[in-house]
Design a protein around this ligand. Structure first.
Ligand code: C5P
Length: 412
């Protein structure tokens, strides 16, 4: 790191996705990164320079030959001197081609040609341009030179068409920056989970009976959110799958909002393979109506008998298809804590750690800010954690996880 905090040069080129770069600046600064923006002349059509100056707290650089910060020295070199990384987001097809050919006819391209720091590109363009053989050749050539591409996503494009070419989400870009700026600080100073992907489920699920009614439970999502914060503090990449709650995740968390147990299952099924640690703190409804009414049910004097079916056990199913090295934590909300039964549950679920709490105590558990728990492992260990804040319990849970081996472990 060249300064007290990591410093990044953000190149913005002429793509409609440039409007997202403002959010990117805001998020990078929240992560403690100093951001200097360099915009191409085409970017000016899509990118509010004044807003970018306010968000970055620095003048936006556009001109190779004008004065400004560091004037009196060679402009592009002065900017590069203080930068740890060059991120170009959005990177237009035109800019990718110029970078590949080594053109240096404006400030950003001259910086890119002189840079001896990591270069990250987040392409954004219509699918036809992205898949064109010319662009493909440039991307391959740049990859061969060590330029890192943050691949665009499939989805709606500016033209109204759908396809590949949408700039990667701000969170994916931040993640790529994090991986290439190893010195991004964690707020607690404890980076035990750095480089790991932690997947957390949280909150209740709602199982609809008709358009207005549902079967839910009293889970507030507070325990899950405390786990999210603890994992973030320790440097993890965090993905949260949450049922309906009033809580907002901290910045930098990839949030997937779901409503029913089946939606939660679908989301977790997709996200699970990429995680190192799964913490299943959600209070998943064990039952759902066999069918939901499409119109609101009216009173008819006859009462209403519900026909419920058991929901799939998400955690058990995920545990059955885990890959080596993944670590699974389950929760058990019980009316009485019977160690033998809990141990059986821990083994039956196939988890590495079961966090059991007693829901009969009105001062802990559902909805409250505090919790007390038993931490059990399938080997038979049982560790009581006395009453404390959910944040403190969350930190203890992560401390009890023997960290999976990272790709870099064991290398000579
Ligand atoms: O079996 P029980 O509902 O007590 O299990 C609790 C644990 O299993 C929690 O971690 C909860 O998130 C998870 N669970 C699940 N799928 C269900 C019910 C609970 O994954 N259908």
């Amino acid at each position: 790191m060249k300064g007290a905090s990591p410093s990044l040069l953000l190149g913005v080129t002429g793509s409609i996705a440039a409007y997202k770069s403002l959010d990117l600046i805001r998020r990078l600064r929240e992560e403690g990164v100093t951001v200097r923006v360099v915009a191409t002349s085409n970017a000016r059509h899509f990118f509010p320079l004044l807003s970018a100056e306010v968000f970055s707290d620095h003048k936006v650089e556009t001109d190779l030959f004008s004065g400004g910060e560091g004037s009196g020295r060679i402009r592009h070199l002065a900017l590069l001197d203080s930068a740890d990384l060059l991120l170009i987001a959005p990177a237009s097809a035109n800019f990718i081609a110029r970078l590949s050919l080594g053109v240096a006819d404006d400030l950003l391209s001259t910086i890119a040609l002189s840079a001896r720091i990591p270069i990250l590109l987040a392409p954004a363009m219509e699918e036809a341009m992205y898949v064109h053989p010319a662009t493909e050749e440039h991307r391959v050539r740049l990859a061969g030179r060590g330029v890192i591409e943050i691949a665009p996503e499939e989805g709606a494009l500016a033209s109204g068409r759908s396809g590949q070419g949408r700039m990667a989400s701000v969170e994916r870009i931040i993640e790529a920056v994090r991986q290439n700026l190893s010195s991004l600080p964690s707020s607690s100073g404890n980076n035990a989970l750095s480089g790991l992907h932690v997947l957390i489920s949280s909150g209740p699920t709602y199982e609809p009976l008709d358009p207005v009614r549902f079967i839910g439970n009293r889970s507030s999502g507070r325990m899950g959110m405390a786990l999210v914060r603890a994992a973030r503090e320790q440097g993890a990449r965090v993905t949260l799958v949450t049922g309906p709650t009033a809580l907002t995740a901290p910045p930098g968390v990839d949030v997937h909002a779901v409503e029913t147990a089946r939606e939660m299952k679908a989301s977790l099924d997709e996200l699970f393979p990429s995680c190192d640690i799964l913490v299943m703190a959600a209070a998943v409804s064990d039952y759902s109506p066999v069918s939901a009414l499409t119109d609101k049910r009216k009173k008819n004097g006859n009462g209403w008998s519900l026909n419920l079916q058991e929901n799939p056990d998400i955690l058990k199913a995920l545990a059955a298809r885990r890959r080596p090295g993944q670590y699974l934590v389950g929760f058990a909300a019980e009316s009485t804590l019977d160690r033998e039964k809990l141990l059986q549950k821990c083994r039956a679920k196939g988890v590495d750690l079961l966090v059991a709490n007693d829901i009969s105590n009105p001062f802990t558990g559902f909805g409250s800010s505090e919790n007390e728990a038993l931490l059990l492992t399938p080997e038979g260990s049982c560790h009581p954690v006395s009453k404390r804040s959910k944040e403190a319990l969350a930190r203890i849970i992560f401390e009890n996880i023997p960290l999976p081996r990272r790709p870099s472990d064991g290398k000579q």
